[in-house]
Design a protein around this ligand. Structure first.
Ligand SMILES: Cc1cc2nc3c(=O)[nH]c(=O)nc-3n(C[C@H](O)[C@H](O)[C@H](O)COP(=O)(O)OP(=O)(O)OC[C@H]3O[C@@H](n4cnc5c(N)ncnc54)[C@H](O)[C@@H]3O)c2cc1C
Length: 591
């Protein structure tokens, strides 16, 4: 089976010696001037370790005035027959499905083709002890399904809450803010944020306000479910089309909305569906904490997927790493209905067929396309999946011997005694990466090192032009762009770097695509889907993946009696098959 095009590599890059310490060169003088000019920006300096924050506060309350689909009620205790479930894929969707099913008393095996769990939110430690992430991950304050999962597995203390502002870094270190900090909450805090932002000119701000005031976001304030329906009906137009037709300006798109669209879906406003962007806006407008960002204390393998794995294992769930599913085996019963009869799995040269009562494919888009038997494409349901495509994305990590995002104080940026700089997710309209963060500051547990400085993690979007480039060239281009955003970082030495390419990551949330997302329940009675690309009310994200897992588990529990009957029937067929083959052996003996 072809694997996702994932390439992770790390390389050491030695730059010119750092001449900036002590600030004696003429170069440092001009840098001091540059630093001085950006003093007005709200630069937050941090000390490591940062203050930790749990999930008891500052999480949007989704139980009231929220779209019901986004936050389903707690499932009723399952009373049906215990089922054996095989899950393909250990991304958040597979993990979420497993946790839900184990909590309902089922037996679960997870088969993952990679050597580590977590899928797109996975990470691993390389030979030099660096945590290599598949991508930069931030958590909105409305991730109720994911937060619920984190609480269950005891990971609710693993997130660090950031200042309630969205920060834009423009060329030359000019900082723009969409600042939600206000005396009162939604919707006033959002109105204040958009009216006071320094990322847009006054004319663009007014046009922006008009567009938002005439959007379904307003309906969301009183009728969240009705608003979600209106928003879903806007799936056929791009965000740019919708926004411009409501008075929004191209300049707003360039300076603010494109970086946000790239960060959300890895495509820009001309290409992303209005549904995708407005879903987020509606949550931001109605839920005070929805726009509040959190990041993990450290790497996903230790602070997110690790605790989930522990929970699953303690509840009797089993992980089978490097066991990729090669083929779905299927048959028909006497009524002509299709059912899965087993999974053909392999690990290097080993092969096995596993059988279960229910099968869940919790794959990514390229993974599910490879797995679905071609015969099943006769169903529109499965055929539609082939209309979805994955977006390429490239993640680059750069380590420096100083603090790149420290814009106020030259000396602070050149010392290594404590972390200094911007402690938040950062967007930019002026580089090939749309968003980035200094992980040594935002997620210090695994990324802050006492003898080193910034660890920038940037997300290159669109990733297409970067996919064919050698890592050295990618790193060089990113480094140059970092310096154009932070001229004060000139002279800092880049000491290490890594590149991770994902050929097909999120499904492309282009206009018209929502229609083709499959439900978790399929036309094949014992075969279910999970995955952030499947039908759920949120966008392709960690939250969407977690929600899809809850939905898959609910469908399986709902079908418990039917699945147990199917098991009995299949066992009967197996016995019948054995008797038949025994009879044929006898006949042969006689002959
Ligand atoms: C760079 C980047 C940044 C992101 N940033 C954010 C963010 O800030 N916030 C946010 O909410 N979301 C973010 N996302 C999106 C989020 O990571 C995904 O939406 C989510 O993790 C998808 O989970 P999943 O389980 O649906 O799929 P995946 O994570 O892709 O998991 C699928 C798993 O199935 C396995 N698999 C596939 N085929 C087979 C097979 N045949 N046999 C066995 N195993 C198989 C794969 O190896 C993989 O482990 C980001 C994604 C990327 C790439």
């Amino acid at each position: 089976m072809q694997l996702n095009y994932i390439m992770a590599s790390a390389s050491i890059h030695l730059q010119l010696p750092n001449q900036m310490l002590g600030g004696t060169s003429s170069h440092s003088h001009s840098l001091k001037e540059m630093l001085h000019t950006s003093k007005s920006s709200r630069n937050r300096r941090v000390n490591v370790p940062s203050v930790s924050c749990n999930l008891k506060a500052k999480v949007s309350d989704m139980s009231s005035k929220a779209p019901k689909g986004l936050f389903p009620p707690e499932p009723e205790k399952y009373e049906g027959p215990k089922l054996k479930v095989a899950i393909i894929g250990s991304g958040l969707a597979g993990l979420s499905t497993a946790v839900e099913l184990l909590d309902q008393g089922h037996e679960v095996d997870i088969y993952e083709s990679r050597s580590f769990i977590g899928g797109k939110v996975g990470s691993f430690v390389d030979k030099r002890g660096n945590h290599i992430e598949m991508g930069l991950h931030v958590f909105f304050g409305c991730y109720n399904n994911l937060f619920r999962l984190m609480k269950k597995v005891g990971a609710d203390e693993n997130l660090l809450v950031k200042e309630h502002t969205h920060t834009f870094v423009n060329k030359g270190g000019q900082i723009g803010e969409l600042d939600f900090r206000f005396l009162t909450g939604a919707p006033l805090h959002g109105i204040k944020a958009f009216l006071t932002t320094n990322q847009l000119l006054n004319f663009d701000k007014v046009a922006n306000a008009i567009a938002l005031a005439t959007s379904p976001v307003v309906r969301a304030l009183i009728d969240p479910d009705g608003a979600m329906e209106d928003i879903r009906n806007l799936d056929n137009v791009s965000f740019s089309e919708w926004f411009m037709s409501h008075g929004g300006t191209r300049k707003s798109i360039q300076r603010m909305w494109d970086p946000v669209a790239y960060a959300l879906g890895f495509i820009n406003c001309d290409n992303i569906s209005a549904r995708c962007m407005l879903t987020i806006f509606a949550l931001f407008a109605t839920k005070t904490e929805a726009s509040l960002l959190r990041m993990l204390k450290g790497s996903p393998d230790l602070y997110l997927t690790g605790p989930i794995k522990r929970y699953i294992t303690e509840k009797g769930g089993r992980f089978h790493l490097r066991w990729g599913c090669r083929e779905i085996l299927y048959s028909k019963n006497s009524a002509g209905e299709t059912y899965v009869s087993g999974l053909h799995l392999s690990k290097a040269t080993q092969k096995q067929i596993v059988k279960a009562d229910a099968y869940v494919a919790a794959c990514d888009v390229p993974g599910i396309k490879r797995l679905i038997p071609s015969d099943w494409q006769k169903w529109e349901f499965f055929d539609n999946i082939y209309k979805l495509v994955g977006v390429p994305v490239v993640t680059v990590q750069l380590r420096f011997n100083g603090w790149v995002t420290e814009l106020q104080d030259l000396e602070q940026s050149r010392q290594l005694n404590r972390a200094a700089g911007l402690d938040n997710l950062l967007y930019t309209p002026d580089a090939d990466f749309s968003c980035f963060a200094d992980l040594a500051i935002t997620s210090p547990e695994d990324y802050y090192r006492s003898d080193q400085g910034s660890l920038l993690q940037v997300v290159l979007t669109p990733g297409d032009p970067y996919m064919p480039l050698p890592n050295e060239e990618i790193i060089d281009k990113v480094h140059k762009q970092v310096l154009s955003l932070f001229p004060s970082a000139q002279g800092l030495e880049m000491t290490w770097s890594s590149v991770v390419k994902i050929g097909q990551s999120l499904y492309r949330e282009a206009p018209g695509m929502d229609l083709f997302r499959p439900d978790q329940k399929t036309p094949v009675q014992n075969f279910f889907l999970a995955g952030s690309y499947t039908k759920q009310d949120y966008i392709d994200s960690m939250e969407g993946a977690t929600l899809s897992g809850r939905q898959a588990s609910a469908y399986i529990c709902e079908s418990g009696t039917m699945l147990a009957e199917l098991r009995r029937m299949l066992q009967f067929y197996d016995v019948l098959g054995q008797v038949k083959s025994a009879e044929s052996v006898d006949e042969l003996t006689v002959v």
